[in-house]
Design a protein around this ligand. Structure first.
Ligand code: SAH
Length: 266
């Protein structure tokens, strides 16, 4: 049997390219130093204006070519990047949170490859991590769950049937839903097929922005609370017993547990 390995080679730093970078959830301080530096040196920035906070790139040079992709279609935004790279500029493509989650980068990468334009990806802090931080909780709580499922409800982008929320809910792991705030009733309905109604549930709205909001309830109460708050977008739904903050202690710090860095004792 033969096996093949493949790595995406990062283009040399002086080669004009597209850099997909995660702009984080909104707070300009929740940005990797690397992305902060690339913004400070940027020649061209194309940002996803529907969610990226412009405060994140406020320190870019005044000479930088900056555009918002919110009103562009795929061909237009790819042409914007390709034209600039071919003219010798590096384009910083800023996506909200981390680009690998619901970032629509795959289709952009396909077009860049077809045009012979090199690219690299720099991670960012996903909104689901900023939300967990606001909730002040551990999502993988020993005794309850060791799994986090990141998913969404079907919208204009369908979710494959094998990942229907009822099927994922059957695991009773920690569930985090992106892009589903407007469907919180349906989310609760699907989850109630597996989780008891008193299961803790929360909604985190615009984590990392000055108007961020956290709503805590249960699977039974959350839809009504969200409706009352009038929130229908830019929020994440968290479901699972980990939100109540109990659970068991981990073995990692248990006095009797030995590992590579510590001898356990009775
Ligand atoms: N790549 C992004 C997700 C983009 S999809 C990330 O890693 O966070 C857009 C969805 O992400 C929104 O509908 C919402 O569910 C969530 N989202 C993005 N920013 C958010 C924020 N600051 N607070 C809460 N949810 C957010």
């Amino acid at each position: 049997m033969t096996s093949t390995t493949s790595t995406t080679s990062i283009p040399p730093q002086d080669q004009p390219r597209v850099i997909f970078a995660g702009a984080g959830p909104g707070d300009p301080e929740l940005l990797p130093l690397k992305t902060h530096r690339l913004i400070a040196e940027a020649q061209a920035i194309l940002f996803a204006g529907s969610l990226v906070n412009p405060a994140v790139f406020a320190h870019c040079p005044p000479t930088a070519d900056v555009a918002d992709s919110a009103a562009m279609d795929l061909e237009t935004l790819c042409d914007w990047m390709i034209t600039r790279v071919k003219a010798g500029k590096t384009v910083l493509r800023l996506h909200t949170g981390d680009p690998s989650l619901y970032g629509a980068i795959a289709e952009q990468i396909r077009r860049l490859k077809a045009a012979g334009v090199p690219y690299e990806v720099i991670p960012g802090i996903s909104s689901f991590l900023a939300g967990a931080a606001l909730l002040g909780t551990e999502l993988t709580l020993p005794g309850f769950t060791q799994t986090v499922i990141l998913t969404r409800m079907s919208g204009r982008t369908p979710v494959p049937e094998k990942e229907a929320l009822e099927k994922l809910a059957a695991h009773r792991a920690t569930l985090v839903l992106f892009l589903s705030t407007g469907m919180v009733e349906k989310v609760a309905e699907a989850c109630l097929t597996a989780y008891p109604p008193e299961t803790p549930a929360a909604l985190v709205y615009r984590a990392g922005w000055p108007d961020q909001q956290v709503i805590r309830g249960t699977l039974a109460t959350l839809p009504e609370q969200v409706k009352e708050a009038g929130i229908n977008r830019t929020a994440l739904i968290y479901i699972g017993d980990c939100l109540q903050g109990q659970g068991e202690d981990s073995l990692l710090y248990h006095a009797a547990f030995s590992h590579g860095y510590r001898e356990g004792h009775q």
